[in-house]
Design a protein around this ligand. Structure first.
Ligand SMILES: Nc1ncnc2c1ncn2[C@@H]1O[C@H](COP(=O)(O)OP(=O)(O)OP(=O)(O)O)[C@@H](O)[C@H]1O
Ligand SMILES: [Mg+2]
Length: 316
């Protein structure tokens, strides 16, 4: 059986029949995809934000859950300002923040009292907050929900992934420098342990094109990601070149696929989004229901007070 076929079967099996408060909160989410990496700083968040933006550009309803308690950077990369943090909530849960491009975003950073709040929570406590958080978010209808996990494949990302039942796929992000059988096999083994299908591998910072002469350089070797994907019999989803515009767009809080759609990185990301679409089992596109703005909300309350109280208590 081809790897892709096995994935598809697993995906069908995993999509239905899940229960519990977290699954209930994601009832109307078509595809749940987590992004993992063997180590930090490989561009995982940049990939998450831009794949989400690329699919939004294609007319999908897309959400991002930033579960990186140590360095939640999704809000900054999509331009969520401090004043947008007031999340209306009611007895039914927390509403994600909607970015100017229409991405629905929720991040642990948005429930911290300030951006400077130190994160020194212990593992168990963190897992509890994340689980409670996940079960409170009102995503409503989404075609895609991307989950940005803490770097690495230790206890923390694994615990978070375990909380989200019925993951439709995992995407492994790596760079040519860190490509080693050991680092990548850790990420792949973590996915296997969770019984989640691996959609494939993305090689970030795969090449560099000289802006002067246009020559493409493979600073850390050519085709490493593709080779590694072959070794582990997982699909290779594509490479993303190093691009100054990529970090500039991130600093400005606009995904590069919106800010510089013609740049090499944006083109690569749009292609990878297409590749992901072809690898998922077809499901009917969601229809977003019209809801009165006040449905289930208490306009006198901001933020999820229960979660906030827990955070405050821990910080004293
Ligand atoms: N292809 C690229 N070209 C240029 N800069 C990039 C590229 N990909 C990522 N970056 C930059 O590299 C830095 C790290 O990226 P990012 O935060 O996405 O990594 P990460 O894997 O999520 O890190 P962490 O492990 O800390 O969560 C950011 O400044 C980002 O703008
Ligand atoms: Mg990150």
């Amino acid at each position: 059986m081809q790897h892709g076929e096995m994935n598809k079967e697993k995906m069908h099996g995993m999509h239905g029949g899940m229960h519990g408060p977290i699954s209930d909160a994601m009832t109307h989410v078509n595809y749940k995809i987590a992004i993992i990496s063997g180590k930090g700083g490989v561009g995982k968040t940049s990939v998450v934000v831009n794949l989400a933006a690329a699919l939004k550009k294609k007319g999908m309803e897309v959400g991002i859950f930033d579960a990186d308690v140590h360095g939640p950077s999704v809000p900054k990369m999509v331009g969520i300002k401090t004043e947008m943090r007031d999340i209306l909530h009611g007895s039914h849960g927390i509403d994600p923040v909607v970015t100017p491009h229409g991405l629905k975003v929720m991040s642990v950073a948005l429930i911290w009292p300030t951006e400077m709040t130190p994160i020194m929570w212990r593992g168990q406590y963190k897992a509890r907050v994340i689980r409670q958080f996940l079960s409170s978010i009102r995503w409503h209808e989404l075609d895609f929900l991307f989950v940005d996990l803490p770097p690495g494949t230790g206890d923390e990302p694994t615990t978070i992934m375990k909380s989200i039942q019925g993951l439709d796929g995992m995407v492994v992000v790596t760079t040519p420098q860190e490509i080693s059988a050991m680092v990548c096999s850790r990420a792949i083994n973590a996915a296997k342990e969770l019984n989640a299908p691996i959609l494939g591998l993305i090689e970030n910072m795969s090449s560099y094109r000289c802006p002067e002469c246009g020559k493409e350089e493979f600073l850390f070797g050519k085709g490493k990601g593709e080779k590694l994907a072959k070794t582990f019999k997982i699909p290779f989803l594509g490479g993303i070149p190093v691009d100054g515009q990529c970090s500039a767009a991130a600093d400005e809080g606009v995904p590069i696929v919106y800010k510089y759609p013609d740049s090499l990185s944006a083109q690569a990301l749009l292609k990878i989004a297409d590749e992901i679409l072809t690898r998922l089992p077809p499901r009917e596109k969601v229809v977003v229901k019209d809801r009165p703005w006040h449905e289930g909300r208490d306009p006198h309350k901001t933020l999820n007070e229960e979660l906030r109280r827990e955070v405050d208590r821990k910080e004293k």
